[in-house]
Design a protein around this ligand. Structure first.
Ligand SMILES: *Cc1c(COP(=O)(O)O)cnc(C)c1O
Length: 405
């Protein structure tokens, strides 16, 4: 078997997993790892959770797909649960995060159209990541992901993240045409960037004042990641639209766009759709994920273990010559380094049996499942500190022993 038949879009490490249980993964040689990536904020309730296994296998034996030409009870159930948890009123289901954001962007277009704005603009942020469809790529700010795909859609106004003065300046220039702000409460791919306290509240007030929609991309921050169901709940605001995906299915593909009734009403039969979106399997698993988060007290655990992880890292890395900043909320934590780092994920995996992620070249991103305990947290701290030390000595003295690849 070779990878030659796959399009060359990823650069996977020489690691392949065959089994997972809770926060643990096993590779094809039987070695165990602690998973502090969770498939990039996806497997929040852990691998092979027995309730998810049961939901998938029961539903597979009963009914997988009928199409949205028929009523789907699990879809209605999941929509009801999500509206109860978020305070938003209606849901459209997709299969991925990018599609959920496309749904939000289409709502923003309809909103502008209803107001008679001919060329509507959506305000987005520096370093934003909203997906890889042409629309969501245009809303994103990742040079490598955009390279060669020009022309980007010209319907976005980009401002500095976390900076209300930048919002005010763009408003003076383009305010008449702006219909919405699309923003991640905490930027994930953009380096675990946490905005100053009060930022979302200020954006909410600004959007309300200008009659713009506040649309929050909670695809990475949602479903308990930050210690609340949704990150916006830390600031006690009411957004007009939020998007979800990743952890909502714990590995089964699903996306969702939630909106207030006033916004959702812009859709009418035929104006949007999806073949797979909202299928019985994905929606049943979504309901099961929400059950598990509730039954196992995972919001509380994410807050408690997240605080322990943040404090542990800050303590262990205080004054570290390579570390610029340690930040995060709940179990979404970034360790920003002073220079780009290579092979750190491989060193952590090989030397410490720890799976971590690095984003934007020099920010270690930790997104462990919400089920981790104190011992796991301490093992993550030790692994990150150890891997950083190992990386420095490799940088300085060259690799010792076996080569990295
Ligand atoms: C992952 C992610 C997306 C894209 O989701 P896909 O399912 O890969 O399309 C969009 N926005 C944010 C904030 C994400 O983290």
């Amino acid at each position: 078997m070779t990878a030659a038949c796959l399009m060359n879009t990823y650069k996977p490490m020489a690691l392949s997993f065959v089994r997972g249980e809770g926060a643990r993964l096993w590779d094809d040689s039987g070695r165990q790892y602690l998973d502090a990536v969770a498939g990039v904020a996806v497997t929040n309730v852990g691998h092979s959770h027995p309730k998810i296994v049961t939901a998938i296998s029961e539903q597979a034996g009963m009914l997988l797909h009928t199409s949205n030409h028929y009523r789907i009870d699990w879809q209605q159930k999941l929509a009801h649960r999500l509206t109860q948890l978020s305070g938003l009123e209606q849901v459209f289901f997709n299969n991925s995060g990018a599609e959920a954001n496309e749904t939000a962007l289409k709502l923003a277009r309809l909103y502008g159209w209803a107001k008679g704005i001919e060329h509507p603009l959506v305000m987005v942020m520096d370093n934003a990541f909203h997906g890889r469809t042409l629309g969501t790529l245009s809303a994103s700010d990742n040079g490598a992901a955009r390279l060669g795909y020009q022309p980007m859609s010209g319907e976005f106004v980009k401002v500095a993240f976390g900076d209300m003065a930048a919002v005010e300046r763009a408003t003076r220039l383009y305010g008449e045409r702006i219909v919405a702000v699309l923003v991640e409460p905490i930027q994930g791919e953009g380096g675990v960037a946490v905005p100053p306290p009060g930022y979302l509240q200020a954006l909410r007030a600004h959007c309300t004042h200008n009659a713009w929609l506040l649309m929050l991309d909670e695809i990475q921050t949602g479903i308990g990641r930050t210690g609340r169901w949704f990150a916006f709940q830390h600031e006690g605001i009411a957004p007009d639209v939020i998007t979800l995906a990743k952890a909502l299915g714990n590995g089964i593909p699903i996306g969702a766009c939630l909106a207030t009734a006033a916004v959702a009403r812009l859709f009418t039969p035929g104006s949007h759709g999806s073949t797979f979106g909202g299928n019985p399997l994905a929606c049943r698993v979504g309901c099961t994920v929400l059950d598990i988060v509730e039954e196992q007290g995972l919001l509380h655990n994410a807050a408690v273990q997240g605080a322990r992880l943040l404090a542990g890292l800050r303590d262990a890395l205080a004054g570290h010559p390579e570390v610029a900043d340690v930040r995060g909320l709940g179990l979404m934590i970034g360790v920003e380094l002073k220079r780009p780092v290579r092979d750190l994920c491989l060193i952590a995996a090989r030397e410490y049996g720890l799976l971590i992620n690095v984003t934007r070249g020099q920010t270690i991103r930790l997104l462990p499942p919400l089920i981790i305990d104190e011992a796991d947290v301490d093992r993550i701290v030790a692994g990150v500190v150890g891997a950083l030390g190992e990386w420095r000595s490799v940088e300085e003295h060259g690799p010792s022993g076996t080569p990295m690849r």
